[in-house]
Design a binder for this molecule. Structure first.
Ligand SMILES: [Zn+2]
Length: 64
């Protein structure tokens, strides 16, 4: 989920809606914008994944 905005000069900005980090600003083309978004490692998603893995590990430990 990204919030894209366009500047007066036609360039683009993109902000991640999960961590609210600006991942692209004054990018010339939509193509580059997509590349920036594809390469964004969202700390919010990484954290959620770590928490999910932690819960899975805890559940596994409780079973044994
Ligand atoms: Zn993010």
């Amino acid at each position: 989920m990204y919030n894209r905005t366009q500047n007066e000069n036609g360039s683009y900005n993109s902000r991640c809606l999960d961590c609210f980090m600006t991942i692209a600003s004054c990018v010339e083309t939509e193509q580059e914008l997509e590349q920036r978004e594809a390469h964004h490692l969202c700390p919010e998603k990484v954290l959620a994944q770590l928490l999910a893995e932690g819960r899975a590990a805890a559940a596994h430990a409780a079973r044994n």
